[in-house]
Design a binder for this molecule. Structure first.
Ligand code: SF4
Length: 334
């Protein structure tokens, strides 16, 4: 039986592509590449992927490529989409990883759920060609949903795959995919919300601010996913929890040398100061924090602060920063 690798995103298109090829007797191995830039919680996403792949009987693995992926954001060869989404380079990178897996597994080709014209940046005809060529997969990248609109691939030419039983879906309408799902008996395919944060304008603003102030690290990228963000100076940020969940996530993400700020004996958010813990920055952060509590009208409010593992916590007394100054320090509203 011929083996192939299929890239699974968890959306309907990749599940359909897999199901179509399985229906032609191809032995598929699924792979899902994940990064820190997923808009949903990774555990929730894993469960979704496991459910949709199990439903079609696909053996699938999930691989976290966050660390290597960061380099793509520095200077993607094919540029960004409407936000900070380097879609073409992203696809090329994932396909190169899949190509390595193809060799490892002695598979014959790679399958994706890409649909011609479905997305503005990465699924135009020229973009599909670039992705195929630059991933080193010319002739070995089969897109079953649009295959009849694209040049024949090696598995089609060699009659391993019957081109007649592939599809000619194009464009942004989801109707043909829905109809095909119905026909193939696929019911579980809804995405668990969101998708890619690199297409989100608020996240993009926070990420651009980070990239503009030094090298991007995984730790800092992770911090972008929670809290309200404020720029205190060129090397210092303050992140404030929006709710109890956020507060807990921030405490979980905090590094040993971050300063954690919290209201002194009254309800309010937790904040993390990352960077230069100067007196001016600590005061500014404390004033931002007070500005997000019910004591914002008081003249002198206590805010405790310490490093993560310090037993002793110092206390500052400050008043809230005015709303316009808070807004001016804010990066990427959420
Ligand atoms: S939307 Fe995000 S994950 Fe999808 S191709 Fe673009 S950059 Fe990659």
């Amino acid at each position: 039986m011929t083996k192939a690798i299929v890239l699974i995103s968890g959306g309907l298109d990749s599940i359909l592509a897999a199901k179509v090829l399985m229906g032609q007797g191809i032995d598929l191995i699924g792979v899902t590449y994940v990064t820190e830039f997923l808009s949903t919680d990774l555990e929730r996403y894993r469960k979704h992927i496991d459910t949709v792949t199990a439903a079609i009987g696909l053996n699938n693995r999930i691989i976290d490529i966050s660390a290597e992926y960061l380099a793509l954001l520095n200077a993607p060869l094919h540029g960004f989409g409407a936000n900070i989404n380097p879609c073409i380079d992203c696809k090329i990178y994932m396909l190169k990883r899949a190509k390595d897996l193809m060799k490892e597994e002695k598979a014959a080709f790679i399958v994706t759920g890409e649909v011609l014209g479905e997305r503005p940046m990465s699924q135009r005809r020229d973009a599909l060609n670039i992705i195929e060529r630059e991933s080193g997969l010319k002739g070995y990248l089969l897109r079953p949903l649009s295959a009849k609109l694209l040049p024949e691939t090696v598995p089609e030419l060699e009659k391993i795959v019957d081109r007649e039983r592939l599809y000619d879906i194009r464009g942004r309408s989801r109707k043909p995919q829905m109809a095909l799902a119905e026909q193939l008996g696929i019911k579980q395919y809804s995405q668990p919300g969101g998708g890619c944060l690199l297409t989100d304008p608020g996240f993009t603003a926070r990420l651009e601010d980070l990239i503009g102030h030094g090298p991007l690290t995984l730790d800092d990228a992770r911090l972008l996913k929670c809290g309200r963000h404020f720029r205190l100076d060129g090397s210092t940020k303050f992140v404030l929890g929006r709710d109890q969940d956020d507060n807990e996530r921030l405490l979980g993400i905090a590094r040993d040398n971050d300063i954690i700020l919290a209201p002194d004996g009254f309800p309010g958010p937790i904040g993390i100061l990352r960077g230069e813990a100067t007196a001016a920055n600590l005061t500014l952060a404390a004033r931002v924090l007070v500005g997000h509590t019910k004591k914002r009208a008081d003249n002198s409010v206590g805010v405790r602060y310490s490093r993560r593992h310090d037993r002793d916590r110092a206390c500052l007394r400050v008043s809230a920063l005015t709303r316009d100054k808070i807004d001016a320090a804010r990066v990427g509203a959420r």
